[in-house]
Design a protein around this ligand. Structure first.
Ligand code: PLP
Length: 365
């Protein structure tokens, strides 16, 4: 028997995560110049990162021979001020993905289950299955979470409910009222993981402060990331906020040095530069308008998005994707999310969005 065959069945049954194609890979495959390629595939910030974060990261490079601060004191202090929470209410992650993994390791396992929606972020089933637990995928409503159905799907063995708000890859959003009522309805021994990877992009009228819910709902954990609006995807920094006992639990399964010293330093500076986040959100709002106006005019179906990407109906998703790649435009196929007719495009700079629009018109012609 091979090593592969000897692995547990629940590990062998996992379909690996499919990342967006890197620019360097497409350049190699198609013989294109990297500079001519537009990547709108991974919901990255088209403005890059804050200059202050960049300076902090460059300065921190001298710390690389040393292990990072395993407690991440300075970043936790900054996060604690940002959300007005105690230091013991914060766990840092190697990206927020790491926080999701910690949840699965701490709370899931054989004989336990996690509830999430169809078309929800791929890491929820991945983390659930890797822990040997059962994933309960609840049918979506208009591509978003059907909260009543999700509540009804919670079983005695359910330990975690995952919700991304806004959701990736659909961009759908649940307003604060129904979301809080849902959290209040979940049994207290079931952790609700509210993944707010895109909350910085919400318009003021829809933004809500889930940190204020933590005192009311001890079974709530909110995750945030520096990968999207803060533009630090390559440094891998995220965090979770919750009640001290939930955070204590996650710290027990956390790798001792899970966030790098360069990442910690950059994230502290990035958090302090809220002006950069505001400019990023403004650019994104304009880009969402630019792309939606094109889809409307061209009669292309799309899901109204509250994040920094839009899922649109391409018909032959794989074929259209290939014809976009040939033109040096990278978007994200989402067949793995049970949406084979759809592609997801991240909002870029105005000129990048225009390149995408032009290439899509040719790809569809
Ligand atoms: C991008 C994304 C994340 C963030 O991943 P990181 O590990 O922080 O880079 C988390 N949740 C969702 C829904 C995302 O789309």
């Amino acid at each position: 028997m091979s090593v592969f065959d000897s692995a547990a069945a629940h590990i062998r049954s996992i379909s690996p995560y499919q990342p967006g194609k890197p620019i360097s890979e497409l350049a190699r495959e198609m013989g294109l110049e990297e500079a001519g390629i537009v990547k709108l595939a991974s919901n990255e910030n088209p403005l890059g990162m804050s200059e202050r974060a960049k300076a902090a990261a460059l300065a921190a490079i001298t710390e690389v021979p040393r292990y990072p601060d395993g407690n991440g004191f300075e970043l936790k202090q900054a996060v604690s001020r940002h959300h007005d929470l105690g230091m013991n209410q914060i766990v840092l992650g190697n990206g927020s993905n790491d926080v999701l993994e910690m949840v699965a390791r701490a709370l899931l396992g054989p004989g336990r289950s996690a509830v999430y929606s169809k078309h929800a972020f791929a890491v929820y089933p991945l983390a659930t299955l890797a822990a040997g637990a059962t994933g309960i995928e609840v049918p979506a409503r208009d591509f978003g979470c059907d909260l009543d159905a999700m509540r009804a799907a919670i079983r005695d063995d359910t330990r975690v409910v995952f919700i991304a708000n806004p959701n990736n890859p659909t961009g759908t959003f649940i307003e604060a009222g129904p979301l809080e009522r849902f959290i209040a309805s979940v049994p207290q021994d079931v952790l609700v993981v509210l993944d707010e990877a895109y909350s910085e992009y919400l318009p003021a009228a829809l933004a809500y402060d889930s940190a204020r819910w933590l005192a009311r709902y001890p079974n709530l954990l909110v995750s945030r990331t520096f990968s999207k609006a803060y533009g630090l995807a390559g440094l891998r920094v995220g965090y979770g906020i919750g009640q001290p006992d939930v955070i204590d639990l996650l710290n027990r399964v956390r790798q001792p040095f899970n966030v790098t010293n360069v990442g910690l330093a950059a994230a502290v500076a990035a958090l302090a530069d809220q002006d950069f986040v505001r400019r990023s959100a403004e650019l994104n709002a304009a880009g969402l308008k630019q792309l939606s106006a094109f889809f409307d005019g061209a009669g292309i179906g799309y899901i109204r998005s509250y994040a920094n990407f839009i899922a649109f109906r391409a018909g032959d998703g794989a074929g259209v994707n290939q014809r976009l790649l040939q033109q040096g435009v990278i978007v994200r196929p989402i067949a793995g999310y049970a949406m084979p007719e759809w592609l997801r495009v991240s909002v870029g700079l105005e000129s990048e969005n225009a390149r995408f629009i032009d290439a899509l018109q040719k790809a569809l012609a």
